[in-house]
Design a protein around this ligand. Structure first.
Ligand code: MV4
Length: 660
C-alpha cells in the first residue's frame, strides 16, 4: 500500500477519502484555495498545501500546482475525488509523468469514455445494449428523417457534442420532424459550435439506473449492483438509492453482466459507473435498458452502494491502484436498502438558486443506527459562490426500502440550518410522497409533482407564528427572571394582564398573535385560528406540542428577528417594533446582518471608524428597493466583510463591530 495520498479535492469528498486513507495507515495531504484556508478538509489532513486563488480554475483545476504540491510533500498517490480534475485524462498523464500513482483509470479509458458517441460505439460492439437509432456522417435532412422513420416515433434528436439535455428535441410524429431538427441544430450550434445530431428511439418514462463496477490490474472486473438516480431536477440528482425499486433479479444480472463487459472492453481499472437509461413504461424488463455513458470516477452517490454491500469503495480504489486483486463476484452480496439525499444550500422558493452565506446554525442529526452523514462544512463555515453548494450527503440504510426511506425523511426533517436556505424540507416531502413511497419513480417525478413538493409561498402559517410568539414570550420571561432562566412552566404570569400580544411584520402588514395560559398550558390565537398546547423552551430548543402535533423546533431571537427551524424548514420572522423606524437589520450586538437576500450597492463604513447610533453603514438592494442598514448603537467598526456588488443572503454578516 502507498505510504501517503494527496487528495486533489475539497469538501465532503476530500474528507471521506482521507478517512479511509487514514484507517489504512496512509499519511493524508490536503490542498486548498484562498477561500478554503479554514475549511474542514484542511483541518482533517496530516498536511495541507495552499495551491491558489478561490476560483476553481486558480486552484483545484490547476494540474501544475497540484503536481507541485505532491512533489513537495512526497505524496505517493493522488486521489482526485469527483468533479474538478477527476475525469481529465491530462491530469492522469501528468501524475504518471511525475511518478505519482493516479487513483483512477488509465488515461486511455478516460479518453475513450469522454467522447459520448465513440463510447456508445465501443460498448455497443462489446455487446452492451445501446438505444436504437442512427448516428452517422450523413447529416442530410432526408437521411435523418428516413432514419427517424426506421427507428420509429417517438424519437429523440440529440446533439452529438451535447450533454445535460442541450440540443435535445423529442419528436412524436413525422410531420414535426423537420421543424424539430432545425431547432435542435440551431441550439447545438449555439451551445457547442457543432450542429451534428444523432437520432434515438425516445425512451418513455425514463429511469436513470447505473451500475457500479470495479476492475483490477489482473484482468478481473466485477459489479456492485445498481443505484437508481431517477429523482433529479434539471439533471441535478436529488435522491439516490440502492437497489433500484422493483428491479427483477434477471434484469439486475443482465445489467451487471453488460456493465462488466463494458469495463473489460475498454481496459478499465479502478472504480467506474455505467449509466443506463431504463424504459419503465411497462415495468422493468431484462431487455429494457440501454447504455448512456460511463463515468470514470468515484461518484457522489457511492455511499448507497457501500451501505448495501458493506464494502468501502475508496479502500477498493486504493488497493487496486496498489496492485491488489479484486474479490470474486460471488463474494459481493446485496443486503437491505439504502437511500441518500443531497442536502444543498439552495432556495426551493427561488427556483433552487444556490443560497450563499454563513451557516449561522448547522445541526445535523447524529449518525449511527443505519444513518450516515458525510458533511463538508461545519456551523460557522461559509457557503460561497466558488464551489458546489452541497452541505452534506445524508444516507439511511434499512432492512427494507420503506424503513430506509422513512428513516431518511425523519433525519431530513431534523436538519437545522440558518444563514442559508436549504432543500431539507423539499427532500423530506419527496421522500414522504406516496408516489415515491410506492417506488413509482422516473426522471419526470419532481416536475410532475412540483405543486405538492414546493414550499407554500407567502406568509408564515398560523402554526409557525404561534410557535414563534410563544418562544418569544418564553425567551423574554427567561431573561426577566434570573432565578429561573429557562424552562418556565408553572406559576408564570405574562404581565398579569390576562393575555399577551406578540406582533409580527410581514410586508406592510402587522399580524397580531394573542397568547393566554389557561391551566398552565398555552392557547394561541392568530388569524381566526386557535391552537392549544404545552410548550417549553430550553436554550434554543422549543419542545412540547401544539394543536395536537408534537413540536421539536430550534428558535433564536436576534434583535427583532425570530428564526424558527422546524421539520427541516427555516422561517425568519420580524417582530413589530414601534420604535424601529429604519431598516436596521437583526442586531446580535456584535454584527449587522443582512435582513434579506440582496445586493450590496453602497458601503459607507470602514474598519476602525467610530459610528453613532443610526448612522448609515451600507445600502442593500433587495426586491427592487434600497434598504439602508444602520448602526444599532454607538459602536466602532471592526470589519466590513462585504464590498459593492456582492450578492448577500439573509443573515450574511455586513458589518462586524469591535468589542464594546
Ligand atoms: C434520453 C431520454 C429518453 N430517450 N434518451 C437527458 C440528459 C442526457 N444525458 C440524456 N437524457 C435523456 N436521454 C432517449 N433516447 C431521456 C433523457 C432524460 C434523462 C436521462 C437521464 C436522467 C435524467 C433525465 C431527465 C430528462 C431526460
Amino acid at each position: 500500500m502507498f505510504p501517503s495520498v494527496l487528495v486533489a479535492n475539497r469538501g465532503e469528498i476530500a474528507r471521506r477519502v482521507m478517512r479511509t486513507a487514514r484507517r489504512l495507515g496512509l499519511r493524508t495531504i490536503a490542498v486548498y484555495s484562498d477561500a478554503d484556508r479554514d475549511a474542514w478538509h484542511v483541518a482533517d489532513a496530516d498536511e495541507a498545501v495552499h495551491i491558489g486563488g478561490s476560483a476553481a480554475k486558480d486552484s483545484y483545476l490547476r494540474i501544475d500546482a497540484i503536481i507541485e504540491a505532491a512533489r513537495q510533500t512526497g505524496a505517493a498517490a493522488i486521489h482526485p475525488g469527483y468533479g474538478f480534475l477527476s475525469e481529465k485524462a491530462e491530469f492522469a498523464d501528468a501524475c504518471a509523468a511525475a511518478g505519482i500513482a493516479f487513483i483512477g483509470p488509465p488515461a486511455s479509458a478516460i479518453r475513450a469514455m469522454g467522447l459520448k458517441d465513440a463510447a456508445k460505439d465501443i460498448v455497443g460492439k462489446a455487446g452492451v445494449p445501446v438505444v436504437p437509432g442512427y448516428q452517422g456522417d450523413d447529416q442530410s435532412t432526408e437521411r435523418l428523417q428516413a432514419e427517424a422513420g426506421r427507428t420509429g416515433y417517438p424519437v429523440l434528436i440529440k446533439a452529438v457534442a451535447g450533454g445535460g439535455g442541450k440540443g435535445m428535441r423529442r419528436v412524436d410524429a413525422e410531420a414535426e420532424f423537420v421543424k424539430a431538427l432545425e431547432g435542435a441544430k440551431r441550439e447545438a450550434m449555439a451551445a457547442f459550435g457543432d450542429d451534428r445530431v444523432l437520432i434515438e428511439k425516445y425512451v418513455t418514462r425514463p429511469r436513470h439506473i447505473e451500475i457500479q463496477v470495479f476492475a483490477d490490474a489482473h484482468g478481473n472486473a466485477v459489479h456492485l449492483f445498481e443505484r437508481d438516480c431517477s429523482l433529479q431536477r434539471r439533471h441535478q440528482k436529488v435522491i439516490e438509492e440502492a437497489p433500484a425499486p422493483g428491479m427483477p433479479e434477471a434484469m439486475r444480472a443482465a445489467m451487471g453482466d453488460a456493465a462488466v463487459k463494458a469495463a473489460l472492453a475498454i481496459g478499465y481499472r479502478g472504480a467506474g459507473t455505467i449509466e443506463f437509461i431504463v424504459d419503465s413504461s411497462e415495468g422493468l424488463r431484462p431487455d429494457g435498458f440501454f447504455f448512456m455513458e460511463m463515468n470514470t470516477r468515484l461518484q457522489v452517490e457511492h455511499p448507497v452502494t457501500e451501505a448495501i454491500t458493506g464494502l468501502d469503495l475508496v479502500e477498493l480504489q486504493l488497493r487496486i491502484a496498489a496492485g491488489e486483486a479484486l474479490p470474486p463476484q460471488s463474494a459481493i452480496t446485496l443486503c437491505g436498502h439504502a437511500v441518500e439525499a443531497r442536502l444543498y444550500a439552495e432556495d426551493p422558493a427561488k427556483n433552487f438558486l444556490p443560497s450563499i452565506g454563513t451557516l449561522r446554525r448547522l445541526h445535523l442529526p447524529a449518525a449511527g443506527d443505519g444513518v450516515r452523514i458525510d458533511a463538508g462544512v461545519r456551523e460557522g463555515d461559509a457557503v460561497t459562490m466558488f464551489y458546489d453548494p452541497m452541505i452534506a450527503k445524508v444516507v439511511a440504510h434499512g432492512t427494507t426500502r420503506d424503513e430506509a426511506r422513512q428513516k431518511l425523511a425523519r433525519v431530513m426533517e431534523e436538519v437545522e440550518v440558518a444563514g442559508v436556505r436549504t432543500n431539507a424540507a423539499f427532500v423530506a416531502k419527496c421522500l414522504r410522497h406516496p408516489g415515491f413511497a410506492s417506488g413509482d419513480i422516473d426522471t419526470g417525478f419532481i416536475d410532475r409533482h412540483m405543486k405538492e413538493l414546493a414550499p407554500k409561498p407567502g406568509a408564515a402559517s398560523g402554526e409557525t407564528l404561534a410557535l414563534a410568539a410563544v418562544a418569544t414570550l418564553l425567551e423574554s420571561a427567561g431573561k426577566a427572571d434570573a432565578a429561573s432562566p429557562w424552562a418556565v412552566e408553572d406559576g408564570f404570569r405574562l404581565g398579569g394582564a390576562g393575555f399577551d400580544l406578540v406582533e409580527f411584520v410581514s410586508g406592510d402588514e402587522t399580524i397580531g398573535v394573542r397568547v393566554t395560559r389557561p391551566a398552565g398550558g398555552w392557547r394561541v390565537e392568530v388569524g381566526g385560528a386557535a391552537f392549544d398546547g404545552a410548550l417549553r423552551l430550553n436554550g434554543n430548543r422549543l419542545t412540547g406540542s401544539l394543536g395536537g402535533r408534537s413540536v421539536h423546533a430550534w428558535v433564536e431571537r436576534a434583535g427583532n428577528t425570530v428564526t424558527l427551524i422546524r421539520d427541516g424548514e427555516t422561517r425568519v420572522l420580524a417582530l413589530f417594533d414601534p420604535f424601529d423606524v429604519d431598516d436596521t437589520a437583526a442586531d446580535t450586538g456584535s454584527t449587522v446582518l443582512s435582513p434579506m437576500p440582496g445586493k450590496i450597492v453602497q458601503v459607507l463604513a470602514e474598519p476602525g471608524q467610530q459610528v453613532k447610533r443610526g448612522a448609515a453603514l451600507a445600502v442593500l438592494e433587495a426586491m427592487k428597493m434600497e434598504h439602508t442598514l444602520t448602526a444599532p448603537a454607538d459602536r466602532k467598526i471592526a470589519e466590513v466583510p462585504v464590498s459593492v456588488g456582492d450578492q448577500v443572503t439573509e443573515g450574511s454578516v455586513i458589518i462586524r463591530f469591535a468589542e464594546a
